[in-house]
Structures are given as C-alpha cells and as structure tokens.
Design a protein around this ligand. Sequence first.
Ligand SMILES: [Zn+2]
Length: 150
Amino acid sequence: MNKYIFSHPTSLDHYVADAFVVRCFDNRFWGVFHKFIKAQNLKHIDLESVAGGAKIFSSPEQEGDRDFMLRELEKSVKLHHTKKVMLFTHHDCGAYGGFAKFESDPEKEFAFHQSEHRKAIGAIQERFADIQIETYFIDDQGIIKILQRL
Ligand SMILES: [Zn+2]
C-alpha cells in the first residue's frame, strides 16, 4: 500500500538562495508577486510571508517580531549564502489600516510606504553591513521598485 497522500519528487541538492524575500501574506497580491519573481529569473528564494511584509522591519507590532525576522535572515545567509534581500509592501494593506487610513489618497499612501522602506533598510543594515537590499511596492497595476541599497 502506498503511504503517500500525495506523490511528488523533491531535489535534496543544496542551493544558494537568489534572495531572502519578505512579503505580506495578502493573497490578492500573490499572483503578481509570483509572476514577478519568475520574470526576474529568481530560481531559489527564501520566502517569508507575514502581515505587512517589510513592515516587520520598519514598524513591527512588537520589537521581538523584528528580531525574529532578522534571525530568519541570519539563517538564510548562513544556510543558503544569501546576498540579497527583497522587501515588499502593497496598496491597501490591512496591517497598515488599509487604503482608508490614507484618506484613499494614493500619493499619501505611496509616500508613507517609501518612508517605511527607508526605515526597513536601516533596520537591516544595522545588523547586515554588506547585504544588498531592494524594496518594492505592489498595487493593482503592478510592481514599483522603490529603493536599492548596494
Ligand atoms: Zn498586506
């Protein structure tokens, strides 16, 4: 008798991660995110999906949340020799109070996210001096690159 409820082969080869990626778990933006990652030709990513995405670095609900994610990054670097971090936030994010929080003003929302991205980069570079960081904002039309460090 077959013990598997689902059969699929998995390669156990070691890999080098192309990036450590932090996104919001909001499933509305999964499709565009996934297509973007493929289009960027990123084969192996260490992916973290948490409410608010990059918010966990810039404005964590609890200080320990940021430390947790920094330790996750530390493990990714150690295990998979990761040299790049990609951070995502998105339009109408519930973790930030939704679009209503910005009086439904896209410019206000966008400016806020830009400052959040700057903060997130600051929090990471304090601990990881040499790591490359890219930040992105997702809305209903696509993905906008915001910042790049190194
Ligand atoms: Zn969100």
